[in-house]
Design a protein around this ligand. Structure first.
Ligand code: GLP
Length: 243
């Protein structure tokens, strides 16, 4: 696990965007694993900037998002479909057919999750996966005490996560209590992973993920067992490291 400590959110976003851009330049048909959340918005902005300078071509890239809320319409402004369109997909030349999101409105979630995982495998696996982290150490929507063997599936959200994410909704009652999330196994099969964290509220989770034991209680701790992980953290998120 390589840890890169940067000054602030902007620098974290730029570092992450450079890693993504290099991946696409070196392999134009890369399979990218994408994340939502306020942490990744700056990275997407940077990638859009690089694209605007004619320095990046997304036309051969395929993407798979980590998660989607259960039973939210795609045009609901809080859905991750909406987030991705607004913050990234609408601004670059990615092909709509190459965009994959977990289906939060499936009639048969088990079948569609299995298809999602199979499509990733059929495309040769995820080349580069970006992750944020929840204050409770979740990655994707794999909450504490998650099964490390799990693939994409329907999950229940923790109270803490519902509360944290309620900042985007009109009221906490509107936050879905379930989501469809890529599993830890799916994430761990990615060839390269970058995890981003910014802000003091992530410091505890980062400290436990880096220095603590590998346990389902802190889902991000599993990343210690992956051979190619870069954690990019700003000063605040890194503030409990090396103490
Ligand atoms: C959300 C998402 C995660 C994200 C995390 C942190 O619930 N499911 O993929 O990494 O929580 O979100 P934020 O970046 O807004 O702090």
């Amino acid at each position: 696990m390589k840890i890169v400590i940067v000054e602030n959110y902007e620098e974290m976003s730029k570092r992450a965007a450079v890693i993504f851009a290099s991946q696409i330049v070196l392999k134009p048909d890369s399979v990218l694993g994408l994340a939502t959340g306020s942490t990744t918005i700056g990275m997407y902005k940077e990638l859009i900037n690089i694209y605007g300078r004619d320095a990046l071509d997304f036309s051969k890239v395929s993407t798979f998002n980590l998660d989607e809320y259960y039973k939210l319409d795609e045009d609901n402004e809080q859905s991750y479909n909406y987030f991705m369109n607004e913050n990234f997909f609408n601004h670059v030349n990615i092909k709509r057919d190459n965009i994959n999101m977990p289906n939060g409105k499936s009639e048969d979630t088990v079948r569609d999750c299995a298809r999602y995982d199979k499509k990733i495998v059929d495309l040769g696996g995820i080349d580069l996966q970006v992750l944020g982290i929840g204050a409770n150490g979740h990655i994707g929507f794999n909450e504490p005490n998650t099964n490390f063997e799990a693939e994409t599936r329907l999950v229940e959200l923790e109270k803490q996560t519902i509360k944290a994410n309620s900042r985007f909704f009109n009221s906490i009652g509107e936050v879905p209590t379930k989501a469809v999330s890529m599993g830890i196994k799916t994430i761990m099969q990615s060839k390269k992973i970058i995890l981003l964290a910014s802000g003091i509220e992530k410091a505890d989770a980062i400290e436990k993920a880096v220095n603590g034991k590998i346990t389902p209680e802190l889902p991000a701790s599993i990343l210690n067992l992956h051979k190619d992980v870069i954690i990019i953290v700003d000063r605040d998120a890194a503030s409990l490291l090396n103490k």
